[in-house]
Write a protein that binds this ligand. Structure first.
Ligand SMILES: [Zn+2]
Ligand SMILES: [Zn+2]
Length: 203
């Protein structure tokens, strides 16, 4: 992840000098003001994991948001069965709807445990909504081989090598099973320093 100090490589004229690190940095690396280093194929600085998401941990971040989504769906199904069917005589009323839309009401009315279930149900719905938002934002970026920092249409398509290669670039050579667990080893095909723009490949 951290860019090593290098001598000017004659074959890498597209490297740039980072004014913060005062070192040469390869293409697709960006300086993170929080981490205080240039990060290879930097996607973004993640507030939840407290580090930058880049070339070597992009796969783990995608797994994190995928399992956030899966876990939220799993919990919501069981919570809904419990609250709306098994305990329906307690929760199926207008006051529950009001409490879910205005959580401050949980402080002034209802028993402690009934309100606690409603509070955790609200958090469950929020986690699911957040998981859907994150997946909806990051999956298209991974599929097109880009990073979150790409803003222009040209930069979004610059490293697009096709869906298969783009996925392999993030999830590694064993991408078919790598998404199942972070413990499964899956070597990345790219070293993070050398990138070929997709438009050059077509030439
Ligand atoms: Zn830097
Ligand atoms: Zn960072």
């Amino acid at each position: 992840m951290v860019v090593k100090k290098v001598e000017a490589p004659p074959d890498q004229m597209d490297w740039r000098e980072c004014s913060e690190c005062q070192r040469l940095a390869p293409p697709r690396s960006w300086h993170c003001k929080v981490c205080k280093v240039c990060v290879l194929k930097r996607d973004h600085h993640c507030l939840y994991t407290g580090c930058c998401i880049g070339h070597r941990n992009h796969r783990f971040f995608m797994g994190f948001i995928f399992y956030l989504f899966v876990g939220s769906v799993y919990a919501l199904v069981y919570n809904s069965i419990y609250m709306w069917i098994i305990q329906g005589h307690i929760y199926c009323n207008w006051l529950t709807l009001l409490k879910l839309t205005c959580p401050m009401l949980l402080l002034v009315t209802g028993s402690f445990w009934v309100n606690m279930y409603l509070l955790f149900y609200s958090l469950n719905v929020l986690a699911l909504a957040y998981g859907v938002l994150l997946l909806g934002y990051h999956v298209p970026i991974v599929l097109r081989g880009g990073v979150s920092a790409d803003r222009t249409k040209e930069s979004k398509q610059k490293y697009d090598r096709g869906v298969y290669q783009n996925l392999r670039s993030v999830f590694g050579d064993r991408m078919h099973i790598a998404w199942l667990s972070p413990l499964i080893r899956s070597d990345l095909p790219d070293d993070g320093y050398h990138w070929t723009a997709s438009r050059n490949r077509k030439d």
